[in-house]
Design a protein around this ligand. Structure first.
Ligand SMILES: Nc1ncnc2c1ncn2[C@@H]1O[C@H](COP(=O)(O)OP(=O)(O)OP(=O)(O)O)[C@@H](O)[C@H]1O
Ligand SMILES: [Mg+2]
Length: 337
């Protein structure tokens, strides 16, 4: 068994919703992340997938202790990092880095790439003494496929894909063990997406990195992920290996997401059953009772409103799913489907 590099237990992040300007009154909570447990194994890529607003970025921030959780714990090598502060937190920051979605807004336009990529060394001078920093930055540029000669250029002089490479170089500067990638390719053209994904894969192999890879869409993470977690309204509804999620999904939400993925083979495309989700995603301020997905689920029964389905392995399946009626369903279905 590979060791777990991160262990997340019952993680919760609620944001208060307030009314009034002078006398702020809390009138509710956005339940952005509402009881998430998962493990990240050393050297693996864990894909995290779900619709907009389901709590993926919040999970990323809380996981890295960029924000404190409302409850729960994040264990990294035997210590709960959600409680760290000061020097201990700064040391941890070296080990877990973030690559964000939008390379346009996440890079300071007034800094050269050299300064941008070298900035982490200001906070962690022990990684690269002052005299060696320029060389280190050039090495990093080379590593992510950018020309080291361009060290004095500004972000606007690079394309979207190149800017994402700058973001990746910056994340790599401190030689982290874990990189949380929050939709790193969503803003890029499809052809550029593949190049950035290939780069991330190459770096993972070279440095033994562990990735948490967040995306909207199951098709984006398939190639890269060893395991995938599917999120809906602040909770994980299904988690498993690539095969388990893509070939044998048991949660209706995963099945619906997969049925929306385009199938390139025309003969298979004709046979594919499209599951259309009806209704909108409910508000995370007042999620439905019981199973949160029940208001959009074609299998929903009374029990779904009454009991929260636990994320557990159910009979006839081989991986955890949070559905009272979890069952295997062929995604490429027969003609009558
Ligand atoms: N700082 C905050 N204060 C209040 N509510 C927040 C805050 N950050 C996020 N939320 C809310 O928490 C929920 C989850 O947001 P989050 O950004 O984590 O979703 P996401 O899955 O990353 O969405 P997207 O795919 O659009 O990036 C949303 O309803 C959002 O409005
Ligand atoms: Mg997000």
């Amino acid at each position: 068994m590979t060791e777990n590099i991160l262990e997340v237990r019952d993680l919760v992040k609620h944001y208060p919703v307030t009314r009034g300007v002078v006398f702020k009154k809390t009138i509710g909570h956005v339940k952005a992340v509402d009881g998430v447990s998962l493990e990240l194994r050393a050297g693996e890529t864990l894909g995290v997938v779900g619709e907009s607003g389901c709590g993926k970025s919040t999970l990323a921030r809380v996981l890295m202790n960029l924000e404190r959780p409302t409850a729960g714990s994040v264990n990294y090598k035997g210590q709960d990092i959600s409680k760290l502060s000061g020097g201990a937190l700064r040391r941890l920051r070296r080990q877990i880095q973030l690559v964000m979605q939008d390379p346009y807004t996440s890079l300071n336009p007034r800094m050269t790439v050299g300064d941008l990529i070298g900035e982490p060394f200001e906070i962690h001078p022990e990684v690269a003494p002052k005299g060696s920093r320029r060389e280190k930055v050039k090495e990093l540029l080379d590593l992510v496929g950018l020309n080291p000669e361009h060290i004095n250029r500004y972000p606007h002089q690079f394309s979207g894909g190149q800017r994402q490479r700058i973001g990746i170089a910056r994340a790599l500067a401190l030689r982290p063990e874990i990189i949380v990638c929050d939709e790193p390719v969503s803003a890029l053209d499809v052809s550029i997406q593949a190049q950035v994904m290939n780069l991330l894969e190459k770096l993972q192999a070279e440095f033994g990195l562990s990735y948490v890879f967040i995306a909207h869409d199951l098709s984006v993470v398939r190639h890269l992920s060893d395991r995938v977690a599917v999120m809906y309204l602040g909770k994980i509804v299904e988690i498993g290996t690539e095969d388990e999620i893509y070939e044998r999904p048991t949660h209706p939400y995963t099945q619906a997401l997969l049925s929306a993925v385009p199938v390139p083979d025309p003969t298979l495309r004709d046979q594919k059953a499209i599951i259309r989700l009806t209704g909108d995603v409910p508000s995370p301020i007042s999620p439905p009772s019981g199973c949160r997905f029940r208001t959009r689920c074609w299998k929903a029964q009374d029990v779904c409103a009454e009991q929260v389905p636990l994320l557990e392995i159910r009979s006839g399946s081989d991986h955890p799913s949070a559905c009272h009626f979890a069952e295997k369903r062929e995604i490429v279905a027969s003609h009558e489907a």
